[in-house]
Structures are given as structure tokens and as C-alpha cells.
Design a protein around this ligand. Structure first.
Ligand code: S0N
Length: 289
């Protein structure tokens, strides 16, 4: 019998990462990597606004996620909010204008939609680590993450119909997949808030843990994932999203098949023959049943 041993719950040694674009620290987020662990942590850092996001927040989040994707030492990404009061309270309503959210530009935008797609397509698991409120667009962010680990003080819900907004994209379709079409209608139409335990019961999140051990437990989940085959995880993430994401989902899954095929002798024979200006010889490769 193989013994795998307990997964460590020790604290991580976080090292802050600068913004590639400015060469300095980020403004609206904190981006860290756990030394020697393969774990990245991205924290929305606007606690005075319950971690509501503005366009700059989303741009910084996208740069950090992009870095985590490109860094081959990183295998899992944690998305969280600063403090214990909120994971994220959605779009910053003070900056909402008639064409989206505007901070330093004279026009508005809904760039959080690009972030949702980016998380969904990132070929590594993204774990939402939720303390406090995950509401509005913040609730959608946790839903597009692969896993959600919630503290016992977490609160989940949509506010759109109360504040004159809605997410008719992933915010509706993924929710319906997670909790079922009836419960999704309830969540959107009534715009109620739900406790962490109610959310767990309806399949909206994976687990509820005491607030004091939220990060510890999340790190355990990360370390357990990191013991497993990165390629298997990568293909599984795209496979689990493929049907719902339509052509884009199939493209992601298909891209993984190509990536794996490129590592075979058969694929290499095709490329080598082209480079050597000869006809490829695929005769030695079996046509498997
Ligand atoms: C989160 C709530 C329930 C917390 O209540 P609590 O603990 O009583 O704190 P407050 O006193 O209310 O808040 C503390 C301070 O933080 C500010 N603040 C909180 N949330 C926001 C926010 N979202 N925007 C701006 N400021 C916020 C408060 O104003 C307060 O500040 P001070 O101290 O100065 O008074 C509670 O705060 C709450 O209900 N917040 C609002 C939640 C909400 O309605 N969010 C927006 C929902 N909509 C979206 O997120 C849409 C965004 C989106 O993802 C999207 C997707 C698809 C298509 C379009 C969009 C889109 O962008 O519109």
C-alpha cells in the first residue's frame, strides 16, 4: 500500500512581486508567491471599499494572473481580498457611469468580463479564498474560480437587480450550473445574501472553515493539488469547462491535445521531415484501436 503522507498546513513564506509594467508595487492589489512552493496569491487591496474593483484593479489583476500563468514554477493561484470583511463587493459603484466603470479614463469599461474569461482559461487551478462578503461582481469572481474555500463569516449573493445592474454572461450561466436553474433564479431575482453554510449546502462553494484557519486550509488544498500531475490537472480544467464554454472551451481543450501531441515522436517526425525537406515516414506509428 502506498502511503502519501499528510499534507502540510504550515504557513507559506510569501514574497511580494512587483508590477512588471511599472517596476514598482501594485496599487490596488498585492501579488505574492510562496517561496519554493508553486503557489501564487493575488489579493484585492481596497478594504476601505470592501475590496470593490475599479478598472485599475482589474488591469492589475489581469497582469498578475498573466504572470502566474507564464511562471512555470507556479501550479496554483489563490484569489482573495484584503482583511476579513470582504473578498470583493463587485464593481466600485462610485465610478459607475453610463458606459461602464471609469477611473482614470474619460470613458467607461467593463473590463472585469475579460478577467473572468482569463481565470476560466488559465491552465492552472484558481482557488477563491473567501472571508466576508463575496457579492455582486465579487460573487461572480468566486464563481469563475475553480474552487472556493470560505471562512465561516463569508456571505454570498448578487445585488445587481437592487443596484440596477446584472451579469447576463458567466454570472448567470455558471451560477445556474453550480446551484441549478431554480436556485439561480432565486439568487438573482430576490438578490438575497446567503451564509457560508447555506452556500456550501447549495453547491456554490467547496468547504467552510473557521476564519482563523482559512489561509492554512487553503494552503493545504493547494499543496494537495501540487502533488498531482500538472498536465492531468491542466487537461481536466479545460475538459470540465469545455461544454459550457462552447467553441472557446473546445479550443482550450483542443490546444491541450496539441500541446501533448507535440511531445511525441510521431509529431516530431512530421516537423523533422519538413525541416529536412523529405517526405515524412509515419509508417512506424501504430493506428491504435
Ligand atoms: C458589501 C456590503 C454588503 C458590505 O456592507 P457593510 O459591511 O455594512 O459595509 P458598508 O458600510 O456598506 O461599506 C463600507 C464602505 O465601502 C464602500 N463600498 C462597499 N461596496 C462598495 C462598492 N461595490 N462600490 C463602492 N463602494 C463600496 C461603502 O460605500 C462604504 O464606504 P464609506 O465608508 O465611504 O461609506 C455593502 O457595502 C454593499 O452592499 N456594497 C455594494 C455591493 C454592490 O452592490 N456591488 C455592485 C454590484 N454590481 C456589480 O458588481 C456589477 C459588476 C460586474 O461584475 C458586471 C458584470 C457583468 C456586466 C456588468 C458588470 C458591471 O460592472 O456592471
Amino acid at each position: 500500500r502506498r502511503v502519501h503522507g499528510e499534507v502540510s498546513a504550515k504557513e507559506a513564506a510569501w514574497r511580494e512581486v512587483c508590477d512588471d509594467e511599472s517596476g514598482k508595487g501594485f496599487v490596488d492589489i498585492i501579488y505574492e508567491k510562496a517561496l519554493g512552493e508553486g503557489i501564487a496569491k493575488i489579493t484585492i487591496n481596497r478594504p476601505e471599499r470592501r475590496n470593490a474593483f475599479r478598472p485599475l484593479t482589474v488591469k492589475e489583476l489581469m497582469r498578475a494572473f498573466n504572470d502566474a500563468r507564464d511562471d512555470s514554477t507556479i501550479g496554483v493561484v489563490i484569489l482573495t481580498g484584503k482583511g476579513t470583511k470582504a473578498f470583493c463587493s463587485g464593481g466600485d459603484q462610485a465610478l459607475r457611469s453610463s458606459d461602464g466603470y471609469a477611473d482614470f479614463d474619460s470613458f467607461g469599461r467593463l473590463n472585469v468580463l475579460d478577467l473572468q474569461v482569463q481565470i476560466r482559461r488559465l491552465p492552472k487551478p484558481v482557488i477563491a479564498m473567501v472571508a466576508g462578503y463575496a457579492v455582486g461582481g465579487g460573487h461572480i469572481l468566486h464563481m469563475v474560480c475553480d474552487l472556493t474555500i470560505a471562512a465561516d463569516n463569508a456571505v454570498f449573493g448578487q445585488t445587481g437587480p437592487k443596484v440596477g445592474s446584472f451579469d447576463a454572461g458567466y454570472g448567470s450561466s455558471i451560477m445556474s450550473r453550480l446551484v441549478g436553474p431554480k436556485k439561480a433564479r432565486e439568487m438573482w431575482f430576490l438578490s438575497r445574501f446567503y451564509t457560508a453554510y447555506e452556500a456550501e449546502k447549495m453547491g456554490l462553494i467547496n468547504v467552510v472553515v473557521p476564519l482563523e484557519i482559512l489561509e492554512q486550509e487553503t494552503l493545504k488544498w493547494c499543496r494537495e493539488i501540487l502533488r498531482n500531475s500538472p498536465t492531468a490537472i491542466r487537461v481536466l480544467k479545460s475538459a470540465l469547462n469545455a461544454v459550457d464554454d462552447g467553441h472557446a472551451g473546445l479550443q482550450e481543450l483542443g490546444g491541450n491535445a496539441t500541446l501533448i501531441f507535440y511531445g511525441t515522436e510521431e509529431a516530431n517526425e512530421g516537423k523533422t521531415a519538413y525541416m529536412e525537406r523529405r517526405r515524412p515516414d509515419f509508417s512506424k506509428f501504430p493506428r491504435k484501436p
